[in-house]
Write a protein that binds this ligand. Structure first.
Ligand code: ADP
Ligand code: MG
Length: 273
């Protein structure tokens, strides 16, 4: 990993700038259990606005669970999660919120999520997959929603496929629509859970390019779980390595990827190369 990214960004200057940004996501002492199994064993993670964090770790290490907790798709047993300074899923006294209040909070604090399996609405066109939620959740007019959807389709290189149904799009194109949909409401935090794992190898790069462009252009906090090490090195400011539900190592992307300090990280990285 070079001191400059593929986009010519000076890493040291960028790190210094990011350190002054406000905290976008703050996870404290997060514990999550399924029955007797501890899936997250006390996770602490702070991500600042504009910062891109790559979440690495073996299968089953808890990456998806952590992202799903941050988006409040899962509950947890101990600890707290703040997004944009707001406690997520609980009121200030720690009492659970209703599902409706949770959905409103998720929209108001601005968390978007991209899933491994795209999760597009199969009966809706690419444009309507983006415009629909903008009307239903954000309350935009049809005209404004369609205009915004078209803009975003242009940004992910799919303006010409706006009327296509998901099943008539390639996996890479579907994932680009899903990314456009997640970004459409202007979230402050974007979570991506192995966004290229379901894709044929030849379709991976078009999706990674779109994510990398967003990371550079938007002031979003991004947390991306991925097995694409080169991509992590190119796009991430920080790498967090999760094993057995705990963060065993985290640091600047070039440090963790090139000179890992924890044996579990070193073993994982050597197997991936
Ligand atoms: P990763 O995304 O890193 O592969 P996950 O967060 O999906 O890891 O899973 C972490 C652990 O939690 C795994 O052992 C998995 O089997 C378990 N797990 C995940 N979801 C559930 C569930 N709904 N019920 C029971 N166990 C689960
Ligand atoms: Mg997963």
């Amino acid at each position: 990993v070079a001191s400059q990214t593929a986009h010519g960004i000076d890493r040291a200057a960028r790190a210094q700038r990011l350190a002054g940004n406000v905290v976008a996501v703050e996870v404290r002492g997060l514990h999550k259990r399924y029955g007797a199994q501890t899936v997250l064993g006390g996770v602490d993670l702070t991500v600042r606005t504009g910062e891109v964090v790559a979440l690495l770790g073996p299968s089953g290490s808890g990456k998806s669970t952590l992202l799903r907790c941050i988006n409040r798709l899962e509950g947890w047993d101990e600890g707290s999660i703040r997004v944009g300074g707001q406690l997520l899923g609980t009121d200030e006294a720690g009492h659970a919120l209703s599902p409706r209040a949770t959905a409103q909070m998720r929209a108001s604090v601005g968390v978007g999520m991209v899933f491994q399996q795209f999760n597009l609405f199969g009966h809706l066109s690419a444009r309507e997959n983006i415009a629909g939620p903008l009307r239903w959740v954000q309350g935009l007019s049809r005209l404004d929603a369609d205009r915004r959807a078209q803009q975003l389709l242009e940004r992910v290189g799919l303006a010409h496929r706006a009327d296509a149904l998901p099943r008539h799009l390639s996996g890479g194109q579907q994932q680009r629509v899903a990314i456009a949909r997640a970004v459409a409401p202007g979230p402050s935090v974007l979570l991506l859970d192995e966004p290229t794992s379901a894709l044929d190898p030849e379709l991976v790069s078009e999706v990674l390019e779109v994510i990398q462009r967003l990371a550079v252009e938007e002031g979003l906090a991004m947390i991306i779980s991925t097995h694409q090490l080169r991509f992590a090195g190119d796009v991430a400011d920080r790498v967090v390595f999760l094993a057995g539900g705990s963060i065993v190592e985290e640091g600047p992307a070039d440090q963790v990827l090139n000179t890992p300090r924890h044996p579990l990280t070193a073993r994982f990285l050597s197997k991936m190369n």
